[in-house]
Ligand binder design. Sequence first.
Ligand SMILES: NC(=O)c1ccc[n+]([C@@H]2O[C@H](COP(=O)([O-])OP(=O)(O)OC[C@H]3O[C@@H](n4cnc5c(N)ncnc54)[C@H](OP(=O)(O)O)[C@@H]3O)[C@@H](O)[C@H]2O)c1
Length: 242
Amino acid sequence: MEPSNPIVPQTGVGKRICIVGASGKLGQYMVRHALARGYEVVGVCREKSVPKLAEVADRITVFGGDTNDREVIAKAVEGCDAVLTVLVPWGVDDYASGTARAVIDHAKPGARLVFSCGWHISRDGKDVYSWKIKAAVAFARFLRFTRLLDLDDQYRAADLIFKSDTRWTLVRGSDLEEGPSEGLPVWARRVGDPILESNMTRRIDYALFMVEAVTDDTLVQEAPAIVGCRTPSALAHKQNAA
Ligand SMILES: NC(=O)c1ccc[n+]([C@@H]2O[C@H](COP(=O)([O-])OP(=O)(O)OC[C@H]3O[C@@H](n4cnc5c(N)ncnc54)[C@H](OP(=O)(O)O)[C@@H]3O)[C@@H](O)[C@H]2O)c1
C-alpha cells in the first residue's frame, strides 16, 4: 500500500470513511484509494480475514465481524461521513440484504452510502441484457441449492437501497479483471447502452469509482452501470461524441 500521495486530490482530509468488506479484493483497493485521498479509514471484515489487512493495520481501524452483524456495523459506521459497502450474496442467511439494512439503519443521517453489485441488478427493469448475462444469472440463481450462494438476496439488498431515502449510490460493476489503473470508469444509466458493450473494468478502477462517488453528488440516488474508460466501447463513444 502506498502512503498518502499529494498528487491525488486530498478530498478526504478531515473526513472519516467506513469500508464494509475491506479485506476482499475490491475492499483492499478501496482502502488504498481512500488513504491516498487523506480519509481516516475504518474497515469491517470477517474475523478470520483481519490478517489480510496486516499491511495497513497501523493506518486504519479494523472491526472484525460479519458484515451483516448489526452491532459491528453500528460501531464501525459511527461518525463516518461515508460508508462504502461490498455487497456479496454468500450463504443463505441474507448476508447481502442484512449488510445493506445494517448500513442504512446505522449510518449517520446525511452520510454518503455507496454500495457495489453487478450489472444484473436493475433499478427499473429497463436494462437490456445479452443472452450471456441472462445465462450467467440463471446459473448463479440455480446455485442456491448448494447453500453457498443466494443471488436473490443481492436483489433484496438492492430493493432496500432503492427504497431508502438516504444519499445512496449503487455501483453496478461489469465483468472485472486485474491490472494497473486505466482511470475513472465511464457509466450509463442502463445496461444495453452501447458505451458498456465491452463489459470489462479493472477492479482497481471499480474501487476508484466507488471512492470518487463519495464526492460526486450527481451520483446520489443513481445506479450507474460502469465500464473501463479505455475499453473499445468507451473509446468509441468518446470518439463519436467529439
Ligand atoms: N467478480 C466479478 O466479476 C464481479 C462483476 C461485477 C460486480 N462484482 C461485484 O463486485 C463486488 C466485489 O466482488 P469481487 O468478486 O471482486 O470479490 P471481492 O472483492 O474479493 O469480495 C468478496 C467479498 O466477499 C467476502 N466473502 C467471501 N466469502 C465469504 C463468505 N463465505 N461469507 C461472507 N463473506 C464472504 C470477502 O470477505 P473475506 O475477505 O472475509 O473473504 C470479500 O469481502 C461485489 O459486490 C460483486 O457483486 C463482481
